[in-house]
Design a protein. Structure first.
Length: 138
């Protein structure tokens, strides 16, 4: 897997979180990224999502750890611009059951030629042009 893969926030969150069936697969995914077996990119919304989640539950140390990990692991972090938001609006109309954050990730991917996403969220499976890689299948 030497192509660029979008890293979703949930991979970091499950890896750092409490015991869960996805914890070990997400940790293994992060190890593969550290070893250079998976090349990852993300966007600024993923960083915002991580900061929001951990600060909102009173875990600033974990917020900083997760934020730093994403910055270190990703070869590129895309800005979310009006172009991505316009694409996200179109995707929301087509897929109203997908969260606004996730359509922003999808829009970032589609606008930058990124076809694969490492994510636990199966709703990415319905978006044409995006292939989800489930951590438990690595």
């Amino acid at each position: 897997m030497r192509y660029k893969t979008f890293l979703d926030a949930n991979i970091i969150m499950y890896a750092l979180g409490k015991e869960h069936s996805l914890k070990n697969p997400c940790r293994k995914s992060l190890e593969m990224i550290k070893e250079g077996k998976i090349i990852v990119v993300t966007n600024t919304e993923v960083l915002q999502e991580i900061l929001h989640r951990y600060y909102s539950i009173g875990m600033p140390r974990i917020a900083e750890e997760a934020y730093s990990a994403v910055k270190t692991l990703c070869v590129e972090i895309y800005s979310v611009t009006l172009v991505e938001l316009e694409k996200a609006m179109k995707l929301l109309k087509e897929f109203p059951s997908i969260s606004s954050r996730d359509v922003i990730h999808a829009a970032t991917m589609l606008n930058n030629g990124i076809e694969k996403i490492l994510s636990t969220d199966p709703h990415f499976d319905v978006i044409h042009g995006i292939q989800r890689i489930a951590p438990e299948r690595l």
